[in-house]
Design a protein around this ligand. Structure first.
Ligand SMILES: Cc1ncc(COP(=O)(O)O)c(C=O)c1O
Length: 394
């Protein structure tokens, strides 16, 4: 039997992750990888987590290992609601929170709950490839709206808003892949634009906590738009391997429908991880921990920026992130980062070419670089190798 005949249109329609295939090829220890989106493992609070593990097993015993409720551990949901209320002046209770298996699962559930085939979805241009992958399974029509230096191009958004747009997917803080953020003004203008529209606004925010300096901006929709969703995760502030993320919505109808989809998908997220994260959060100073991660990543991003200033040809442009884990490099127009990739591999440095962050574009003259998973010296060496290659090409 031909496998093509057996497979669903859904899976045929879903692009495999370029990053995961790179990670497989990049096993040579001499390869310097700026490709993945891995947090620096030195930021994992292993000792405190070990204490938490012992404590939860002693204190809660079989509850840590038993089936549990779909919405997630009430104590953890309560904690999250309080944290967002304090930070952003929201009015959330635990019923506004759904714990998910990473925010990646939330993306899948959102697709499942809102999308029929050919429904329309708005994304930033470029957008997070994992979201493109998750939503693609539900076969929507994508519209990508230019992401500018200070946020989504609202004129373009206005032109594309119609009553078939089910949701708008944004990453307002230190976006993956570009590292760009929305300004206060754009946030306000966007909320005004969407106020009377029957559409959902998703703000996927794994990186907001990792702002190097200054205080945080309010969300675009939370507290203002009826159908607003925030996605959060402990992947970048505690550890990604525990796979604990969450959905926040003031609209309980949204939470209820996502819970039904989640129940059908995995009953509930790993309850041991939920107890562990919760115990860790209430027994440690998470703000201090996050502040250490920010100091580390700021240093690493500076190392990358300094190296790029030194080794890259002058007509290569790049963003200067104020937080998060990525920056975005734009090459002269005729250079495809994808075509250049095998040469980079020869020089033992890898990155993610721009293509998978766009719908239906090939040979994009841009690449995403991650600066969090290599020390400063390695970053310098990797950028030097990439700089040599770029000088050969240009
Ligand atoms: C924008 C964005 N959303 C979601 C995710 C998924 O994160 P997780 O499932 O680990 O919470 C990532 C991970 O890199 C991301 O960059």
């Amino acid at each position: 039997m031909d496998m093509e005949e057996l497979l669903s249109e859904r899976i045929k329609n879903t692009p495999p992750s370029f990053i995961r295939s790179i990670l497989k090829t990049a096993v040579d220890p001499e390869i310097i990888s700026f490709a993945g989106g891995l947090p620096n493992p030195i930021s994992f609070p292993e000792t405190s987590l070990l204490h938490s593990m012992e404590r939860i097993v002693k204190k809660y015993g079989s509850k840590c290992f038993q089936y549990s409720i779909t919405a997630g551990l009430p104590e953890l949901r309560e904690y999250i609601a309080k944290r967002y209320n304090t930070k952003f002046g929201l009015n959330l209770s635990l019923d506004n929170i759904l714990i998910t298996t990473g925010s990646q699962q939330a993306l899948d559930l959102i697709g499942k709950v809102f999308l029929n085939e050919n429904d329309e979805v708005i994304l930033e241009n470029p957008s997070y490839l994992g979201a493109i992958q998750a939503f693609s399974q539900y076969k929507p029509k994508f519209y990508q709206i230019e992401l500018k230096e200070n946020g989504m191009d609202l004129e373009q958004l206005k032109l594309n808003l119609n009553n078939k747009i089910k949701f708008i997917y944004t990453i307002p803080n230190f976006q993956n892949p570009t590292g760009l953020s929305y300004s206060k003004q754009i946030r306000e203008d966007m909320a005004n634009l969407l106020k009377d529209k029957n559409t959902v606004l998703i703000e996927d925010d794994p990186y907001g906590d990792l702002q190097f300096e200054g205080s945080r901006l309010p969300y675009i929709g939370a507290g203002k738009l009826k159908n607003s969703i925030i996605l959060g995760t402990f992947s970048k502030t505690v550890t990604p391997g525990m796979r604990i993320g969450f959905v926040i919505s003031e609209n309980k109808e949204i939470i209820r429908n996502l819970s039904v989809a989640k129940e059908a998908s995995d009953l509930h997220s790993n309850i041991f991880s939920q107890y562990l994260i919760w115990d860790y959060l209430i027994n440690n100073d998470i703000e201090e921990h996050i502040s250490k991660i920010k100091t580390l990543y700021k240093k690493q991003s500076s190392a990358m920026l300094n190296a790029m200033a030194q080794y890259f040809p002058k007509d290569v442009k790049y963003t200067t992130p104020q937080g998060g884990m990525f920056l975005w490099v734009t090459l002269p127009e005729n250079i495809s980062a994808m075509k250049m990739f095998p040469k980079a591999l020869e020089k033992k440095v890898v990155y993610v070419p721009g293509d998978p962050f766009y719908i239906g574009r090939k040979d994009v003259n841009a690449m995403r670089l991650n600066y969090t998973n290599a020390d400063c010296q390695t970053i310098d060496e990797g950028i030097k190798r990439l700089g040599m290659l770029l000088k050969e090409k240009i």
